[in-house]
Design a binder for this molecule. Structure first.
Ligand code: SF4
Length: 276
């Protein structure tokens, strides 16, 4: 039995999902020590989380409105914000004939939030939601609002990246971030700098096909330009990660993902990995 986590008090918390696949919410279910149940019971006072809350409809909207009115909550945004056609590609709810778009809701909530975390590459930089030709005009949260945003990138996020950021905010405040507003704690080093196949790269021994044990640079690995600690932290209860599972890093934490990571199996100099 795990011990309860000691927190100063439970944090009012809103998880708002815009243009997303819910992959980051799902990935968070893989959190261990603490797990998501502990987080919800001991750390967060979850007021709104459309994937997890039992409340729905008018009652859920009223709870959201009361929390925003009160202010001082932590706001996590999953998914990109649709801006084309006055944001009508994403209408989380309607009230009395009025449609509220994701952009409306973000602009309403952001000034009242204590901290804003963009969760996943769609929320950070547009990600797959903003992939060409991007008919919905999807953008990252920090492109829409002026308030500071912490970009916890990844497609999906590693649960530790979100929870580590959350705990940093609770106990130490705003974390150190890089020029993409990503916490350096998790994104400050490249995948390449920690990769178990680095010795093959340094001695020019490259894989010819998937399944070969050598460096995957020849098969389009984005590790040299991707900031993330996947090789040391790993996934699925710290068990495995893409290169260890014989597939190249696809650069999912980068601002240009996925357009500038593709085609996936083409070597890196032919691709431009970042935007902005
Ligand atoms: S597999 Fe990728 S991350 Fe690992 S050493 Fe080769 S290029 Fe770098």
């Amino acid at each position: 039995m795990l011990e309860p986590i000691q927190s100063p008090s439970k944090i009012p918390f809103i998880w708002f999902e815009a243009n997303a696949c819910s992959g980051d919410s799902i990935s968070l279910l893989n959190a261990v020590q603490p797990n998501l149940r502990q987080i919800i019971l001991d750390i967060l006072d979850v007021r709104y989380w459309n994937s997890l809350m039992p409340m729905q409809g008018e009652a859920a909207v009223c709870k959201l409105a009361a929390t925003v009115e009160e202010g001082g909550f932590f706001l996590a945004v999953e998914g990109a914000i649709a801006t084309a056609e006055q944001g009508r590609y994403a209408i989380p709810f309607k009230q009395k004939e009025r449609s509220f778009t994701s952009e409306d809701l973000l602009r309403w909530m952001a000034p009242k939030a204590q901290y804003i975390i963009a969760v996943g590459t769609c929320a950070c930089f547009g990600g797959p939601s903003a992939a060409k030709p991007n008919p919905s005009g999807s953008k990252g949260v920090w492109e829409i609002i002026k308030e500071p945003v912490i970009n916890v990138a990844g497609c999906p996020i590693n649960p530790d990246w979100f929870l580590g950021t959350l705990f940093h905010l609770i106990w130490f405040g705003f974390p150190e971030v890089d020029r993409y507003q990503r916490p350096t704690l998790f994104y400050g080093k490249t995948v390449h700098s920690m990769c178990q196949r680095r010795s093959y790269f340094d001695t020019d021994r490259f894989a010819k096909k998937l399944g070969d044990p050598e460096c995957l640079f020849s098969l389009g690995c984005m590790g040299p330009v991707t900031g993330a600690d996947c090789p040391s932290r790993m996934w699925n209860d710290h068990l495995n990660w893409p290169v260890k599972a014989n597939t190249p890093c696809i650069g999912c934490t980068q601002s240009g993902f996925p357009d500038q990571s593709t085609p996936y199996f083409v070597t890196l100099p032919k691709k431009m990995p970042n935007k902005k």
